[in-house]
Write a protein of this length. Structure first.
Length: 136
């Protein structure tokens, strides 16, 4: 196994650890939704693009156009998740700033991201097993 593969698994593991910790923080926010003067917390986003750059030498993974008939790789995808998150929080009458619906959306997104990382790890392990001639 090349060092690049090991670094890729380390990066995926780091992302999964981040998502697991974030899920715990969001669960704490939801649990304290009735606590007076409680302010929701969240983890600062980690620049996983920098981690990817360390692993692959580029912070973007692009499709290759190997034949003239292929569709050329486009620009950035307009992903609503990439927009800057809302910074201000509404404050409830009890001086509580937790919006349960907002925390649930964040928790759901975190779960989907974690599941994506789990599937990526599973697929990479499967590719390595196939390369070694082992059946899954």
């Amino acid at each position: 196994m090349s060092l690049g593969n090991i670094a890729l698994f380390q990066a995926m593991g780091a992302k999964m650890d981040f998502l697991s910790t974030r899920q715990a923080v969001l669960a704490q926010n939801i649990a304290n939704s009735d606590t007076p003067e409680y302010r929701p917390r969240d983890l600062r986003d980690v620049d996983f693009g920098a981690v990817l750059k360390d692993v692959t030498g580029s912070n973007k993974v692009r499709m290759a156009q190997t034949t003239a008939g292929h569709i050329a790789p486009g620009g950035e995808i307009n992903d609503p998740r990439s927009r800057k998150a809302r910074i201000t929080y509404e404050v409830a009458p009890g001086d509580n700033a937790v919006i349960v619906e907002e925390q649930m959306v964040k928790a759901s997104q975190t779960t989907m991201d974690y599941n994506l990382m789990t599937n990526l790890v599973r697929k990479n392990v499967g590719l390595i097993q196939t390369a070694l001639g082992r059946q899954q």
